[in-house]
Design a protein around this ligand. Sequence first.
Ligand SMILES: [Zn+2]
Length: 454
Amino acid sequence: MDNNLDKKITQYLNDNKDNFISDLRKLLSFNSIKGEALPDKPFGEEPAKALDFMQSLCDEAGLHTTNYDYYCMDACLGDGEETIGALCHLDIVPAGEGWDYPPFGGEMVGSRMYGRGVTDDKGPAMAIFYAVKALLDAGVELNKTVKLIFGSDEETGMSDMAHYLKKVKAPDYAFSPDADFPVIYAEKNIMGGFYQANVEGSTKLVSIKGGTATNAVPNSAVAIIKHDTLPKAIDKITYELNDGLLTITAEGIAAHASLPHKGDNAISTLLKALVEVLPDEDAAKPLIKTLSDGLSASDGSGIGIDCRDDITGALTLNHGVIKYEDNVITSSFDIRHPVTLDYKEVMEKMKTALKGFELKKIYCSVGIYRPKDGKLVSTLQSLYREISGDTESEPIAIGGGTYARCLPNAVAFGPVFPNGNAGGAHTINEYADVDELLKAARLYAHCLYSLANS
Ligand SMILES: [Zn+2]
């Protein structure tokens, strides 16, 4: 770290804390959830307003800005041929009910600010903008162009970056302040899809329903079958018999699909119980058994796709949603696949993995792997260690997916510090500590400067 530059950056951020707070508060005031598409605004009015506001700040600061059809905008400093990108988003998920503070108010309590998006991802977006303002104020020379990219569709499909990459060349290196510190150097491939089977001639099976999202371990699942007696009680299963209809309710523990060992899959528990209770001659039984044997093991061994690498670890499989209606069973899955292995092999195996079922859809969001000793990761990590004081930390690998995977040569980097004072993203009472955001801004300023001059 350049100590002389650090003095100037720190001074600028200290002197401009009130401006930072008022700019961030204004940015939080837009309810920028995806809305009805308008002719020239693909995500509706509010995301466009947030983008316009950010663009006006960047223009005022003297950056060169471009709006890409309201999918996103970028703001550039310098005119070097090579580019260093930083990717944030200004769209949010719905605020929901039950907040203790106004979700669009940016209210301060001590050093905490409350509001939808203050952590994910408007606070980080403002931090990266102030990082650039601090560099401008310090009068630094940059050999490469620094390009801030503000997206408008991170939360609902990331079509913003697909649009962007049709229009401009991707940055040579980039990081995305839309996750946690330290730097995330690897992310698994994320696969998803669903199987379907027609059930011809079952006289017993009435309905099955379990799970609400493929990327979550389901905490409950329910089936109804025609049955005359109450089966023997088993763990995590409740039976209820009414007029020849047996309701079987399985209880589990919710968790993120990338961490299935932290949960307990209620669909797997339900299928096991169904295999026990359904009579052998019922047409649904072999299909239920196939599903139970195939998709219950969270390492994928039930269908022979278990594998691992040294970077991101073992494959995980989550049977996230199941339903049976109109004689059709539909089972949706989420797979986190080791990033250095070939995901196409797994796709191929899955086509024929479940006898009697058709693989109706399968897709893959390709993960990230940037070597730890490469320029991008090593630069970010060493500056992070120096400025955070978290000197023992190493770059991390995750099973989740971040916004960084929308750009080639990008990694996710902050802004939430380990044990940081931030939380509530995607739930209620979202908050961030303004001093921590400014600390992230200081770090980002050094990272941009260093990447742009090496
Ligand atoms: Zn985000």
